[in-house]
Ligand binder design. Structure first.
Ligand code: NAP
Length: 234
């Protein structure tokens, strides 16, 4: 039987690449985000690769939209918690609203998706959750205080979920990429201009596919994916 994966932030960038890769690898998919036309074009591309695809829009700042999303999606084998965003300011310039908006999506949204997925996976006998954190989840960068704190928090959620999932056959992983060639990196790292030297969204998708290929008897807690030109992060 085909496995079913739910990908948040599937409308563009890294989430789009993950959707295409999983479709190629035989998954059926639930794609979510807010941008209906973009989700539609990712759906078409995944269907061309053989996947059965459902699109359920949800704003991850809204708990009810998240619970509705999981109700509509039914049982899933895989959750990729990929949606995220950043506003990039120095500490002295940070606005409380911006801080709260980032934590709302990157931490609370991810937590609520994990809550719904774990409830469902416990009932169905297991599954896998992959959280897309960041190099700024393990390292400080100037002007990234709110975003960096949210990605540190996502690793904290991951560590707890690894423990709570273990005895229920739920494997939980994080991926911490450095700069990936998407729209987001233009705001986060305006100093990086050579997209060809960056990690590509497909590289992150390959890491997701690798984690999905692991037998349930072994696991990898975190993949640090770094531009070869950048310093080591662990
Ligand atoms: P992106 O191109 O800006 O895509 C972000 C995705 O998140 C979009 O699909 C967007 O969907 C979704 N999203 C944002 N706010 C949302 C909300 N309120 N409700 C539902 N969905 C929402 O960014 P990306 O570079 O692909 O990043 C994907 C993930 O990788 C993020 O978690 C990011 O932090 C992480 N990451 C990125 C980099 C990088 O350098 N690019 C490096 C490390 C980690 P809609 O617009 O359709 O809602």
């Amino acid at each position: 039987m085909k496995k079913k994966g739910l990908i948040t932030g599937a409308s563009r960038g890294i989430g789009n690449a993950i959707a295409l890769k999983l479709a190629e690898n035989g998954y059926d998919l639930i794609l979510t985000g807010r941008d209906v036309p973009m989700l539609g074009s990712v759906k078409d591309a995944c269907e061309k690769r053989g996947a059965e695809v459902g699109v359920h829009t949800a704003d991850l700042s809204d708990e009810k939209e998240i619970t509705d999303l999981f109700k509509k999606s039914g049982a899933i084998d895989l959750l990729v918690n990929n949606a995220g965003f950043g506003i990039f300011d120095a500490i002295e310039d940070i606005k409380l609203d911006d801080w709260q908006a980032i934590q709302k999506i990157n931490v609370e949204g991810a937590l609520l998706c994990m809550r719904e997925a774990m409830r469902s996976m416990k009932k169905s006998g297991g599954g896998r959750i992959i959280n897309i954190s960041s190099v700024v989840g393990v390292k400080g960068y100037p002007n990234q205080v709110a975003y960096g704190a949210s990605k540190h928090a996502l690793l904290g959620l991951t560590k707890t979920a690894i423990e709570e999932g273990r005895d229920h056959n739920i494997r939980v992983h994080a991926i911490c990429p450095g700069g990936v060639a998407t729209e987001m990196v233009k705001q986060a790292r305006p100093d990086l201009t050579d997209f060809s030297a960056m990690i590509q969204p497909e590289d992150v998708a390959d890491a997701v596919a690798y984690l999905c290929s692991l037998p349930h008897t072994i696991t990898i807690d975190c993949i640090h994916l770094r531009r070869a030109a950048s310093p080591q992060t662990w």
